[in-house]
Write a protein that binds this ligand. Sequence first.
Ligand code: SAM
Length: 347
Amino acid sequence: MDAWGERLVSEHSLGAEGLRSLLTSCDPDTHTWLRNKAAEVAQCHFGRRVYVRGLIEVSNYCRNNCYYCGIRRDNRLVHRYRLTDEQIMGCCEEGHKLGFRTFVLQGGEDATLTDARLVPLVSQLHERFPDCAITLSLGERSESSYRALYDAGARRYLLRHETASPTLYAQLHPSSMSWNNRIECIKTLKDIGFQTGMGMMVGVPGQTVEHLVQDLLLLQEIRPQMVGIGPFIPHSQTPLGGHPAGSVDMTLLLLSIIRLLFPTALIPSTTALATLSPEAQMQGILSGANVVMPNLSPADVRRSYEIYEGKAAFGAEAAEGLRLLAEHLSTIDYEINYDIGNYKEEI
Ligand code: SAM
């Protein structure tokens, strides 16, 4: 088999040359081999079981203007909403009854999501659901804010690095946004003790294989506990709306490589994959992913959190569609794992 692939499997690390070789390989046997090895590694640590995390999209107001994102500040056509504390608590109540033991509060960088509001909210959630993990994904904040949220009981934080290249970052974001600051935030979160998630979009305009190699090297340097990647999907009301979506095959290949680099990491098979096709999400599991994040947001706001067009939020992507998700998983001989599913170095 491919010598670089063998090395990746045995050493759980790989340099630029090996990564470049795997990412440019056109040999379908190499892809299949990597996928099977990745699934084997995931099964060895987690069995044929996939963690579910309830995703609550708390606000689609955002001060940022990312060129790819449908909820960017300058998209005047999006219907803006923000959930109240009571609504968020209600989503968690509902999710807890359904069996969820992780709640992911995600949102745009909404000025009203201050520490004064979030810290008591996180404390309340932590007290009300002591058997659950609270994950936040609320963008770039100060170190003191991250610490306060950790002290209030949040234990995981998702902040994709988006790209390891400052140059590509500058092509995807306005100059008011800083690649350095984003990376510093990620390092700070990890230092504080958060199980930290990084990741990137696959096939975002301007991205080359070399950029993806740099992404994989950065992941190996920072070693996050969670890695979320998904294909770029265009949104017509954004500057990058005219570009094609990222490749499902490349996303699956990257998932396999990431699983082999990080055998015990928490790796979602993302909604973006599910949006391109439900089979692609199951293929993600068969490429080493071990998490799915069904949508727990109130049904009437789900359409408004449209970061890309056609975002899946109903059916098996919805919390109330867990039965459908279980059915999809059963077609590949997997099942839902309702455990809290904290990251463990070795399981
Ligand atoms: N504001 C928070 C942040 O910056 O991390 C969380 C919300 S943000 C919308 C979550 C993620 O959505 C981003 O990190 C980005 O990778 C992804 N995303 C945004 N627009 C996308 C698109 N058009 N296609 C695929 N993923 C997209």
